[in-house]
Design a protein around this ligand. Sequence first.
Ligand code: HXC
Length: 278
Amino acid sequence: AGLRSGSQANLFPPLEDAMLPSGSFNNRVALITGGGTGLGRAMTATLSQLGAQCIIASRKLDVLQRTAEEISSQTGNKVHAVQCDVRDPQAVAQCVDQIEALTGLPDVIINNAAGNFVCPSERLSPNAWKTVTDIVLNGTAFVTLELGKRLIQNRKGASFLAITTIYAESGSGFVVPSASAKAGVEALYKSLAAEWGRYGHRFNIIQPGPIRTKGAFSRLDPTGAFEKSMIDRIPTGRLGTPAEIANLAAYVSSNYASWMSGAVIRFDGGEYVSLAGE
Ligand code: HXC
């Protein structure tokens, strides 16, 4: 493992610039849940850079507003901040009302909001289980169903993307509510891809491996103890970057991918297959 991570790290350097041609998202509206921080913020920055008018939604309005101002001042494209607790279906419906008034219904929906913590399963309280599965599975379902329904009424198709994790497929100890809920999200998206293609909706899934983001790392690996062992497991010898996920998300959400639906895209530097072969 040492050889693998040490010697190959520089063969696969991350690129940070936007991959698609500029203007790829001109005249398009994108909603990114959890867009204030981490991967959501990176995806918002890339879509905004490519011309999209973005809406970012989460519980913390102050965080959203700061991110919205920072990104729109860099890209020159408007980013709206809308407060929304995705666990509450009424709040989601109100948030969608607000979005309709601000921008009209979006063309691109990225369900990225998530909650997670590391905990031995024998210590999980029912409320701990409910907290994570409510944000991840119910939140994604409420946002997706509310928007999907209204888009169908308006005869408008959209690209829906869910950000899950490779352990939605493999399972993983100590993050059991997250793994279970993310597996549910994948079933939801595959099922809706089968049912709602006729309305012009596409549903795809990106499964990131470990990506260095401040929030998740300070929460899930506060001492940095797991980082080295994570890198040792990854054949390409490094963690992923938010910009790499953002470029993939932009491609999947763009018209270049207009025939892609029901896809599950693993993006993990080879970690999953490497673990499966051990
Ligand atoms: C055990 C815990 C816990 C922990 C909270 N709980 N943290 N149990 N271990 N570390 C329990 C509480 O005791 C409580 O149950 C219940 O969960 C609700 O906790 P609250 O703190 O009241 O909930 P809330 O304020 O809503 O916070 C939600 C959260 C928090 C999920 C707990 O972490 C959060 O807001 N996270 C959002 C951002 C985030 O986590 N992003 C990272 C996603 S990364 P009781 O029974 O006591 O009432 C990701 C991919 C990971 O998902 C990839 C890794 C490589």
